[in-house]
Design a protein around this ligand. Structure first.
Ligand code: SF4
Ligand code: SF4
Length: 429
């Protein structure tokens, strides 16, 4: 059993996990918003069912831990249930607490996190080696061995991604001229840093142009991987390092360009709710108030974008769960996309429904994940979009895979890439 938070920061105030779960009246109002319930029709794969399982666990009445693990591990942690729930029951945090009660952190998560904390350079070099092997086709040959070695998740990760950049964002930013008085501090989430450096580059270009030049923070991982897979101690350690780094770097806004990461950075105070952690809680609150998801900034500055410069290709928008449910960001990114795409912007049905990526979910629950992905790509096809915009790493991986497989007429970009492209056209004109 892993360490638990014990106390949660809910929309109705601070609660023990039990009080938070007891807020669920079992009304079922959230059921139709839950992708896993809609896909399976099973009560145990609904928010209400998951709440009840965790409640039984806390009350010591759980009689089938295996079924409980199946129920909790199939939750996408998308948060659509809390958005739909009138009592704002924090189902995601409840599910994560339940998972911590049932299992230890997987050794692979522990190893990766420790490597990121203790030897970030060695971690970056290992990734580059992996990407090199992918480029020469060797990683594909290695997949059966990874499966035999009990690491199917690594084989799936390799199979799901096409990207293999040999220069990460740190390399690309090494020669960047840093301004004396920066307008913002860029926080590099692991996705844009290692897998999609083009996204990080585009974000900084777009932000420099819209709000003035900023600096590259060179931060450690936000800790989301450790947090979501059961290791609170490492998540706290990473949070403290990031808080310290921010305290030593002015008081400007901190911009992150993966919505999952930005959303987690905003919830750092929840890691420090015990009375003995009061001073870290205050520092975490000051930190989280500085954090912005870059897509918020694009919305606020949409009027500065040139109109209609990216028209011609039907363009639609997919809400990342941790943007729309985790941070309540809906209109801003659309405002920016609509401005630059003009009449080419179109809404698709189910834009706010999870694509099935959800962190490592796409690698660990292939069947269910693929079902959600097929639905998403069918919605893209129904508006004949050629371009899908989004804002989180796992959505970029999942949508790229889904579009390749089911609707190759379209491709996916991070909103930063779209906005940076629009600004380039403006300056080039
Ligand atoms: S989570 Fe909310 S909406 Fe869902 S059953 Fe419980 S109280 Fe009702
Ligand atoms: S977080 Fe998403 S998948 Fe999990 S119970 Fe809520 S709606 Fe369902």
């Amino acid at each position: 059993m892993s360490e638990r938070l014990g106390r949660l920061a809910t929309d109705l105030g601070e609660r023990t996990t039990y009080d938070a779960v007891a807020q669920c009246s079992r009304c079922g109002y959230c059921e139709q918003a839950c992708p896993t319930y809609v896909a399976t029709g099973e009560e145990s794969k609904s928010p209400r069912g998951r709440n009840q399982i965790v409640r039984l666990m806390i009350e010591g009445k759980l009689d089938d831990p295996k079924a409980a693990m199946e129920s909790l591990s199939t939750c996408l942690t998308c948060g659509a249930c809390t958005t739909a729930c009138y009592a704002k029951v924090p189902v995601v945090d409840i599910v994560l607490e339940g998972r911590r009660m049932l299992r230890e952190t997987h050794w692979l998560v522990k190893t990766v996190t420790r490597l990121m904390i203790d030897s970030p350079r060695a971690f970056a070099r290992l990734l580059k080696l992996g990407f090199f092997l992918k480029k020469i086709g060797a990683s594909k040959l290695g997949r059966p061995f990874l499966r035999m070695a009990g690491l199917p998740i690594l084989a799936e990760m390799d199979a799901h991604t096409d990207e293999a950049p040999l220069r990460n964002l740190d390399d690309l930013m090494a020669d960047r001229e840093e301004p004396q008085n920066p307008s913002y501090r860029y926080f590099a989430p692991c996705g844009p840093r290692y897998l999609f450096p083009r996204v990080g580059e585009a974000s900084m270009k777009a932000l420099d142009s819209l709000i003035g030049p900023g600096t590259y923070l060179n931060n450690p991982c936000c800790g989301l991987l450790a947090h979501n897979y059961g290791d609170l101690a490492d998540a706290r350690e990473l949070a403290k390092r990031n808080i310290l780094l921010a305290e030593n770097n002015g008081n400007e806004q901190i911009m992150a360009d993966c919505s999952s990461c930005a959303s987690f950075l905003k919830t750092y105070p929840q890691l420090f709710l015990q009375p003995e952690e009061a001073s870290w809680r205050r520092r975490a609150e000051a930190f989280s108030q500085r954090v912005r998801d870059v897509i918020e900034v694009y919305g606020e500055n949409a009027a500065k974008l040139p109109p209609d410069v990216r028209s011609g290709v039907e363009t639609t928008y997919h809400d990342s769960c941790r943007a729309i449910n985790g941070q309540n960001i809906k209109e801003g990114p659309r405002k920016a996309a609509r401005r630059a795409a003009g009449a080419s912007f179109c809404e698709m049905a189910g834009s706010d429904q999870c694509c099935g990526g959800a962190g490592a979910f796409g690698f660990t629950h292939g069947g269910l994940s693929d079902e959600l992905l097929r639905k998403k790509t069918a919605n893209v096809a129904s508006v004949q979009a050629g371009l899908v915009l989004t804002s989180a790493t796992s959505c970029l991986i999942q949508l790229a895979r889904g579009l390749r497989k089911y609707y190759p007429e379209a491709k996916v970009l991070h909103l930063s890439e779209f906005v940076a492209g629009a600004l380039e056209k403006k300056h080039g004109a």
